[in-house]
Structures are given as C-alpha cells and as structure tokens.
Design a protein around this ligand. Structure first.
Ligand code: GLN
Length: 443
C-alpha cells in the first residue's frame, strides 16, 4: 500500500529513479517471518529508507542519474547498505541526484529534475535532491545521500529537514560511486537530529573494502547542552558573504537569541577559509577527471552504436553518455592536472587545503562549533537560469567542511514564508557528537 502511494506521489515529485518494489516486498516478508518466529528485531525494523542512486544495492539498477549508467545493475552492494538491511530497514527506492553528484539542484539529472515537496515550482536542492524530497514527501523516514561539498546538507535545508555529513572516514565508501575520493562521505537526511544519529551509528565502522574507513563510535554520545554553556564561533567570511536578505536577517536573529540566552558567540577571523570555493574546484575536479575515465564504453558504461576504431568508440560513447556539467568538470580537471599547470594550481590548492584545516584547528582550541548558514539562498525556481560560477559560489559554507574532512549537521530554521534556511554546525574531526548535540539543542 505504501509503495503504491509513493509511486503515485512520485509521478509528480520525481524523487526516485527506481522504486525497489521487489526488494521491499521481499524484506517485508522476511520481517513478517521474524515477527512470527519471535526473533530479535533490528534497530530499524520496518523503517522505510531511501538510498541515493550512486550507492549500490545489489541487483538493483544504479544509474548515478547518468545516461552513461542507464542500464547498469551492480552485482555488488555497498557496505553501508549491508548494515542498513541487517537492521531490518525496508529500502523502498533509489533517489534522484545531479549526474554523478555534480550539482546543487538535481537539474543535472538525466532523469529530470526533482520538485521540492514544500513548493513544487522550486528545486529540492542537490546533489541529493531526491533524498531530501523522499523524506519531505513522507515516502520514508530516513534517506541516505552522499556529501562531497554539501550535497546532503543543502538539499536537507531546501526541503526543511536536518541533514548530516559525518567526519571523513566514519562510513565506508565501498560500493559508493566515487566523485572525489578525498572529499566524499555518505550522509543522512531525516526528520530529526536523533534519527540522523541513529542511522549514522548503524552505518559507521571500519571496512576492509575501504582503507579510509576507520569507523566512528561517537554517534550514540549525544548530550543535552545548556545554551549558556555553548561556545560558538562564526567565521568572518561567512558573515560577510552575499546572502538572501531574509536568510541574513534570520541568521542574525538566531545569533542574537543565542547571546541573549547566555551562549558565547564570537566572530572570528580566518586566513584561508575565504578561498574554499577555488580550492574545492581545483582539487575536486582533479579527482573527478581520473574517476570518470573508467566510463569509456568498453569497461563501464554506455557504448556508442557506430564507431570505426577504438578511439572513436571512447569519444562517441563519452560524448553521448555524459551531460554538460560532468564534461565541464572532466575538462577542467584534466587541464589543471596537465604537467606544467599541476604545480601552478593543484599543488598550491593542496597547500591552501592545509591552511583551511589550520583555520579550523585554531578555532576549535577555543570553541566547540562553527556556526554558519548552510546555504546563502532559498530554494530557487526550477526555471531560473544560473551560470556555473553563480551556482558554485553559493557553496562557500558547505565545501570547507569537506576540504577539512570535518563533521557538520544542518538544522532547519523557518523563514516564515513556508521555506527554511539551514543552521550549519561544524565540530572537530571525529567529534560528531558535539555538532549533533548542538544541533539537537537548536532544533
Ligand atoms: N554542489 C557541490 C558541487 O556541485 C556539491 C556536490 C556534492 O556534494 N556531491 O560540487
């Protein structure tokens, strides 16, 4: 019954690329048996969960929202999916995204844009727009997405929900299609901060299939934090950035309220944070280009019909299979990695990456969290045209968190017009419980 309703609703919203009817029914039967046999029940028993379509569920189509992988059915499964199923969750579908997670609106999806359930004339955000919408349209309670530069926190915000990207290394990336390996981390959108912590705790853990997965056992350690004991830093470049006036007003209102209640809220100077967007695009595109090289029509992906030699096979398959944004990033990435430019751009960007880490390190000597808006603009209209640079610039608050591998949670704050801004709380590496506890207090 739920599945029927979801299918009906989704005709309009387009949160899902695939609704996993067979898998859901199979799970339901298994859970039924478990109940009958009075077996132990998992922590997510019967909870409907959606999975972003760049995360592999065995024998279910995984498209990454690309024509390149339109018919790809993985014979393997992401480690995080194993863990979710082991806790008796019901996976109900694979959600829409910007092609290979590159974007902020799902407008880059080969399967069409996802509409925002709060206002269907607006985008649901991205790249995990389908994840955000799947929870906002009440088709599931929790959604798993991926966050390379804000792709979980921003769509959560656009859909009026909390979302979290944990510390890099918390959750295994095995079975998750790589965009930029040193930035990518699975994350969660849900109805409240405690639910996020529950699912993150289930998904975390070391994994021999991913050497960067160390595990992280702090998600259970949420605390009630007294507002008067809070130590909050606000970075200068986030205060001074261009913002929607309603968001600016709301954000200042929040800061004033926190101060009123006795919290320590200070504006801090940072040296490198302001360069986050440039650094992000140099380093991320440098990782994207080689990651995308496996999709050549021979090893993986769409294969062109007519070709006279192998070079033409590659060229044609890739021209047909990839959308504009993916091509743009492959070209930029290849360009900046070329021999004479790598020193000029890539090496310098790596240095600034460390500078950004140092900025945070210094802040965390005196403060528990960095607070900023998650995103400086409201969900925009679906037919609003924007240049790539306009879109990229809006990521100034989300991307530094991935550059430094830190955890960050975003909690929604109403703007009074039916839309929300996000309050983003970032804490120190592997202290995810700190930003989650703050987030719970601000919910
Ligand atoms: N909006 C960012 C980008 O386009 C974030 C993408 C992501 O986190 N996957 O790169």
């Amino acid at each position: 019954q739920l599945l029927k309703e979801v299918k009906e609703k989704d005709k309009d919203t387009n949160a899902y690329i695939t609704i996993t009817e067979d898998l859901a029914m199979e799970t339901a039967k298994r859970l039924d048996q478990k109940l009958k046999n009075k077996e132990d029940l998992g922590a997510l028993f019967g909870v409907p969960v959606s999975i972003k379509d760049n995360i592999a569920v065995k024998d279910v189509k995984m498209t990454c929202a690309s024509r390149m992988l339109e018919d790809f059915v993985p014979p393997y499964q992401a480690s995080l999916v194993d863990k979710i199923l082991a806790q008796d969750a019901v996976i109900i579908g694979k959600t829409n995204l910007d092609e290979f997670a590159m974007g902020s609106s799902t407008k880059n999806s080969y399967f069409g844009v996802t509409k925002n359930p709060l206002d269907p004339t607006r985008v649901a955000g991205g790249s995990s727009g389908g994840a955000g919408a799947s929870v906002a349209m009440d088709s599931c309670l929790l959604a798993v997405g991926t966050d390379t530069g804000g792709s979980v926190r921003q769509p959560a915000t656009f859909c009026g929900l909390p979302g979290m990207k944990p510390s890099y290394g918390s959750i295994s990336r095995s079975g998750v299609a790589s965009m930029a390996n040193t930035f990518d981390q699975p994350g969660v959108v849900g109805k409240n901060v405690e639910d996020l912590a529950l699912l993150l705790d289930i998904m975390q853990g070391a994994d021999e299939k991913d050497a960067t997965a160390l595990g992280n056992d702090v998600f259970k350690k949420l605390e009630d934090i007294d507002l008067s004991k809070m130590k909050i830093a606000v970075a200068d470049c986030h205060m001074d950035m261009e913002m929607d006036p309603d968001i600016k007003k709301a954000f200042e209102e929040v800061l004033a309220k926190l101060k009123d209640r006795g919290a320590q809220v200070d504006r801090v100077e940072t040296k490198n944070l302001q360069y986050a967007i440039i650094v992000y695009h140099i380093l991320v595109n440098g990782e994207i280009a080689p990651n995308m090289s496996r999709y050549d029509g021979l090893r993986f992906g769409h294969r062109a019909k007519d070709y006279s030699d192998i070079n033409e096979l590659f060229t044609k398959s890739r021209s047909e299979g990839f959308g504009d944004e993916v091509k743009r990033r492959i070209m930029i990435g290849t360009h900046i990695l070329s021999l004479d430019l790598a020193k000029e751009y890539y090496d310098k960007a790596l240095q600034v990456r460390h500078g950004i880490m140092d900025d945070y390190k210094k802040i965390f000597e005196d403060y528990d969290v960095v607070l900023s808006p998650t995103y400086p603009v409201k969900p925009y209209l679906i037919d609003q045209e924007m240049t790539p640079v306009e879109i990229y610039s809006a990521d100034l608050c989300t991307v530094p968190v991935n550059i430094a591998g830190l955890p960050a949670v975003s909690v929604p704050y109403p703007l009074g017009d039916g839309l929300y801004m996000g309050l983003q709380l970032t804490s120190d590496h592997f202290k995810d419980n700190v930003c989650l506890s703050y987030g719970k207090a601000l919910e």
